[in-house]
Design a binder for this molecule. Structure first.
Ligand code: FRU
Length: 318
């Protein structure tokens, strides 16, 4: 074989050994995202925004896993990300206590971990991104007090429908609300802390029981819009929806805002989806920037004064 041909093949061989077959993948930043569930529209919007943000960066490879409302499945998904040695993990945990150890394990193994929306029982992770649920609960409390007659004069029977009682937003939404309404002697809570697991059908069930037990319900405070909607349907099914205010949380245009506009919900409080910000923060860190320990997303009150303009701005009405 001629010398130049030999040199050519040797050079090609060396290059082939240096650059693995999966060279395209090697160059990528791999982000693993573990979602708690995909049953609610809020989660679907969350996933969409996260994917859209990742798509803006050709160097990012995103792997999404659905925990399917099962903490054990979610823990296994995180364990898989640890084994894969992904560059960053994003997780929105179904529950706090059960998922904390696996998140801590990922963090201790040196992988940056971003906790989105629901918090854990310790902060052994890189960053938390989410709304201020206590503040949202307080906003709902103030709205309720105003609706029921104003500070010092508020009066009425109130049903509260909890989200998942093993998750942090439910506890914060409860305590923020009670910071305000417990100062009103005329407000009577007619339900005990319960667990609606953030689901519309559970909101329906809890409200149906409350309707059976009480002749008069003035206001329903549900920890998210699907459960507030379920409660409204339960009241409507026994022709008792009129005269009751229904408050929810989330305020996504195609769901809560639309229900407010239709007069089903009295108000909802924006709980911004954190997926896009999660990807942005992870990339910031991976590209060498310093990031904050907590990023708090904004909220706002949505009722009949602004629902229409929000729907219009989102192209949902003309
Ligand atoms: C969706 C959801 C939202 C709620 C959030 C709380 O799964 O239930 O409706 O605001 O989770 O973590």
């Amino acid at each position: 074989m001629k010398t130049w041909i030999r040199i050519f093949f040797l050079t090609a061989l060396c290059l082939a050994l240096l650059v693995p077959a999966s060279a395209g993948d090697e160059k990528k930043i791999v982000i693993g995202f573990s979602q708690a569930t995909t049953t609610e529209p809020w989660r679907l919007l969350f996933n969409k925004e996260l994917r859209d943000e990742a798509d803006k960066h050709p160097e990012v490879k995103l792997i999404v896993r659905d925990g399917m409302d099962d903490a054990a499945k979610q823990a296994a998904d995180i364990e898989e990300f640890i084994k894969m040695r992904v560059n960053a993990i994003l997780i929105s945990p179904k529950v706090a206590a059960e998922l904390t150890p696996m998140v801590n394990k990922a963090f201790d193994s040196g992988i940056p971990v971003f906790v989105l929306d629901r918090d854990l029982v310790n902060d052994r992770y890189t960053q938390f991104i989410g709304g201020d649920n206590k503040l949202i609960g307080r906003a709902a409390g103030k709205y309720a007090v105003k609706f029921l007659g104003g500070t010092g004069k508020a009066k009425g029977n109130v049903v509260e429908i909890w989200g998942g009682s093993s998750s942090t937003p439910a506890h914060d939404r409860y305590s923020g609300f009670h910071d305000i309404i417990d100062k009103e002697p005329g407000i009577k809570m007619i339900t005990k802390p319960n667990d609606g697991d953030w689901k519309q059908d559970m909101g329906y069930e809890i409200m149906a029981e409350a309707l059976d037990a009480h002749d008069k319900i003035d206001l329903v405070y549900a920890h998210n819009d699907p459960m507030a909607y379920g409660a409204y349907m339960a009241a409507k099914d026994v022709e008792r929806e009129k005269g009751t205010a229904f408050l929810g949380i989330d305020g996504i245009p195609a769901e809560g805002v639309k229900w407010v506009h239709e007069g089903i919900l009295t108000a909802t409080f924006l709980y911004k989806t954190p997926g896009d910000e999660g990807v942005r923060q992870a990339l910031k860190l991976l590209k060498g920037e310093t990031i904050e320990k907590r990023v708090t997303l904004p909220t706002k009150t949505i009722d009949k004064t602004n629902a229409e303009s929000i729907l219009r701005a989102n192209g949902l009405i003309k």
